[in-house]
Design a protein around this ligand. Structure first.
Ligand code: PLP
Length: 451
């Protein structure tokens, strides 16, 4: 199949449909996939990618789609961003792997130094690098247990933390993440989160935190809790922004009881929400932060960053892995971080957030089915309902709009426990024009699906 040309920001920044979606080459690849790739691995889009960059994804039939997903919040600096390509190319030519646990190298140390600077709080910090978000979450739990000598892990309703055995236990939603894959790791306890749109009666962040703490106190006991793990804006659970004060009250409770407060910033971190990390919006300083996705411009890298004394709790040799902090992924991360700094991508995420909120807000004025528009920065969603009073989730409508968007040349995603949240995670390299065009197409798909 094609793999014909270079991607990156020099690709024509346009939506261009030259075949039906999916086109013949994508359909042929799909046939091959059906015999070679396990069914359990799904794909949202029916097209196969040839190249991508800026704000577009070009498929093997030469259709150019507007990217409103960035590979689930990963290519924040854009696909094949020039500095990422340059540093990765240099690193590949120098050496591809020695294993940091065998023969260390500077790139790993540099990434840890950068993350210590960028994460919230000015205390002494250390980091350990891994390959995936789930692996970072697993290691945050290991570190918290080693530091506290306690077992229990507290997570929340609507949480998503990954697909490994422990992180499946930590993830809330059964289908498709957990169904049939148990038994799951023990000592994981779930508390109610703050989900303002779905509270039967409005409560403040402090009240929602008190409600969660009551559950933890009664069902687990503070003295047994190693860590509380929370996404500052819930990702897969529906881009839920907890009521103001919720995160802070939980963090205070953790501090009071010697519990490690872990912010899972795998989706929210690295400029996505208009700040380096989403905890900053609430002035919350976590003990440990998990980082992945946007950190390395599309290469697999993850990290746990945290208070030096906690990070040093595990014995020497207790953390690591063959590929964790691979030199090529570290080179990509250093390039992505430099690009984010130089191009003020946190500022760009805020600008994108204004456009998204304004346009989706106008859609909400027109259609009762848009129950709420929410999120932070370039992590914005609309929750769809069949009825604004009952707030019955409109999962079928959400899926119809999504499919309509794909057919019209948009890369879009849904999420939410009830499958009724339409989410936007554009690369921060997208232009205003392309974003507006994408939102025009969304509106067209929405209107067609509502009927
Ligand atoms: C908040 C959060 N935690 C953990 C993960 C798991 O990351 P990965 O898919 O890299 O294992 C994700 C992925 O979507 C996530 O959004």
């Amino acid at each position: 199949m094609s793999a014909s040309a270079t991607g990156g920001p020099d690709l024509p920044q346009e939506r261009r449909l030259v075949t039906e979606i999916p086109g013949p080459r994508s359909r042929a690849l799909h046939e091959r996939r059906m015999t070679a790739v396990a069914k359990g691995v799904g794909s949202v889009l029916p097209v196969y990618v040839d190249k991508a960059g800026g704000g577009v994804v070009v498929d093997v039939d030469e259709n150019s789609l507007i990217d409103l997903a960035s590979g689930i919040a990963v290519t924040s600096v854009g696909n094949s961003a020039p500095e990422v390509v340059r540093r990765v190319t240099d690193q590949v030519a120098a050496f591809t792997h020695t294993c940091f646990m065998v023969a260390p190298y500077e790139g790993y140390v540099e990434v840890c130094e950068a993350l210590a600077e960028l994460t919230p709080g000015d205390h002494a910090k250390k980091s350990a690098l891994f390959n995936s978000g789930a692996e970072a979450v697993e290691n945050a739990v290991k570190i918290a247990r080693a530091h506290t000598g306690r077992d229990a892990v507290v997570v929340f309703d609507h949480a998503y933390h990954g697909r490994t055995n422990l992180t499946m236990a930590m993830t809330a939603k059964n289908m498709p993440y957990k169904h049939g894959f148990g038994p799951f790791a023990g000592e994981v306890y779930r508390a109610p989160v703050s989900y303002p749109f779905r509270e039967p009666t409005p409560i403040s962040g402090a009240q929602a935190a008190a409600r969660a703490i009551e559950v933890i106190d009664k069902q687990v006991g503070a003295d047994n809790v190693a860590c509380v793990v929370i996404e500052p804006v819930l990702g897969e659970g529906g881009f839920v922004v907890p009521a103001p004060g919720f995160l802070g009250a939980l963090a205070d409770w953790c501090r009071e009881h010697g519990v490690v407060f872990v912010a899972d910033e795998i989706q929210t971190g690295m400029c996505r929400t208009g700040a380096w990390f989403a905890c900053e919006h609430e002035g919350v300083v976590p003990d440990l932060v998990t980082v992945a996705k946007g950190v390395a411009g599309g290469l697999p890298l993850a990290a746990v960053v945290g208070r030096a004394e906690m990070m040093d709790a595990p014995h020497a040799g207790g953390l690591g892995g063959t590929y964790g902090g691979n030199p090529v992924a570290c080179a990509a991360a250093l390039a992505a971080i430099e690009t984010m700094e130089e191009e003020d991508l946190a500022g760009r995420a805020r600008e994108i957030g204004v456009i998204l909120t304004d346009r989706l807000g106008r859609l909400a004025e027109k259609y009762d089915e848009v129950g709420e528009v929410r999120g932070r920065g370039a992590m914005i969603a609309m929750e769809l309902v069949t009825d604004p009073d009952t707030k019955e989730p409109a999962a079928a409508l959400t899926s119809a709009v999504n499919q309509g968007c794909h057919e019209r040349g948009l890369v879009t995603l849904t999420c939410g426990t009830y499958g009724n949240v339409f989410r936007f995670l554009p690369p921060l390299s997208i232009s205003d024009d392309l974003l507006h065009e994408g939102l025009d197409v969304l509106e067209e798909s929405f209107t067609a699906a509502v009927g």
